[in-house]
Write a protein that binds this ligand. Structure first.
Ligand SMILES: [Zn+2]
Length: 392
């Protein structure tokens, strides 16, 4: 009997892992990251790293193909053991792979490809033909256990051999997607959805994605049908029970695609910084043009660089208030307030308070999607604003 999974009991090895999803974040191996963070990491992965990963992963794939062709050999499994460990060495400091349980990943590999495991597999090969009538029950159990272990070993081999191509293929897709998306005027949820639909339905895009797969003959690349298993999970916090949304993945591409679409559905998207050209994750529709990470060249965040043209000695495009989709309504209310003031309908004090109120609501609509969609228009009702402004 397997019981309902508990929050703290999860596997997060590179080859097989649980990710918990909530409205705005994922939790991967106890690290809380905003939805879209993983996709953004892949978009920013330097080409050199992606290539190295492809090389590491390619080696594992060749071992896997050899296993399928020629079957088990001690030499082959020793090579696999060494090469997967080298790959983990490479991945352990790399975003976003460093968030996985690296130590546990190594333990798994060692259990499946270490010396003891090889002795087991050889024992199994010698006793492949079990004479059920004569074999002891304990012996049968042992042989079955080894057989399961060898199946797991093959799954692990498959997982590592896919990581390189999956990262490269997803990287191509995400960069292609973002480079096109930044030409859009609106960053609202509905426009993100519309753009996404048109992007993936575009035949040219589909052909490019298919052609970009570096291993197209052997393995499928980017696809829109990610496989995951949703496992019922309970979290107990301060004595209270809560049901968690947990998904397990056994292939990196499935995780990348799932995370990307969960992010888009929340209105999270990736934009390109106009100063450093790196991609950055946005969780609001606010039209931010520059990222807030410290620019190595200038020692200050890019958005600061953009505000101070003397730093770059070139003029940067300014953030405009009128870029916002909520500007039209704000501007209408602002003119009414000004007009009423000059007509003497409301005092100077009330008018200035009313202006402050609409500014606050406008600001909030920039970053709070739910507020913008459900309450903004309602709350910008002029009568209500004056009511609020006259309250003491
Ligand atoms: Zn930047």
């Amino acid at each position: 009997m397997s019981y309902i999974e508990r929050y703290e009991n999860k596997i997060t090895t590179i080859d097989y892992f649980a990710v918990d999803f909530d409205e705005k974040n994922i939790i991967l191996n106890n690290e809380k990251l905003p939805l879209g963070y993983i996709s953004n990491c892949i978009a920013n992965l330097p080409k050199e790293f992606a290539t190295n990963l492809l090389i590491h992963s390619g080696k594992i794939n060749r071992h896997w193909q050899e296993l399928k062709l020629n079957g088990y050999s001690r030499k082959l499994f020793m090579d696999i053991f060494a090469d997967i460990n080298k790959m983990i060495d490479y991945m352990q400091s790399l975003e976003p792979f460093k968030y996985f349980d690296i130590e546990k990943s190594r333990t798994t590999v060692s259990k499946l490809f270490g010396k003891d495991a090889l002795d087991d597999y050889e024992y199994l090969l010698k006793h492949l033909k079990i004479n059920y009538g004569r074999t002891e029950r304990n012996e049968i159990a042992r042989l079955e256990e080894i057989e399961n272990k060898s199946k797991t070993a093959e799954n692990v081999l498959r997982a590592y051999s896919y990581i390189g191509v999956d990262t490269a293929n997803f990287g191509t897709m995400i960069i292609n997607y973002v480079e096109n998306f930044i030409k859009e005027d609106s960053r609202q949820k509905d426009n993100i959805a519309k753009f996404t639909c048109e992007f993936f339905e575009n035949e040219e895009v589909q052909m490019n994605l298919a052609a970009s797969n570096p291993a197209a003959m052997i393995r499928d690349g980017f696809n829109l049908k990610p496989i995951q298993s949703a496992v019922p999970t309970i979290k107990i916090e301060n004595g209270k029970y809560k049901i968690i949304r947990r998904m397990y993945f056994s292939r990196m591409m499935d995780f990348f695609v799932t995370e990307f679409f969960e992010a888009l559905s929340q209105g999270h998207y990736i934009w390109k910084c106009g100063v450093c050209n790196k991609y950055f994750l946005m969780t609001t529709a606010h039209k931010q043009l520059y990222c807030s990470t410290v620019n190595k060249e200038y020692g200050v965040p890019c958005f600061y660089v953009a505000k101070h043209p003397e730093i770059t000695k070139r003029k940067m495009k300014k953030q405009k208030k009128s870029d916002s989709p909520y500007y039209v309504l704000w501007n209408r209310r602002y003119s009414s307030i000004r007009q009423n003031k000059s007509l003497g309908k409301y005092s100077k004090a009330v008018s200035s308070k009313a202006k402050k109120i609409i500014d606050m609501k406008f600001e909030r609509a920039q970053f709070d999607f739910d507020y913008a969609e459900n309450n903004y228009e309602d709350e910008m009702n002029l009568e209500k604003i004056y009511e609020e402004a006259m309250k003491e």
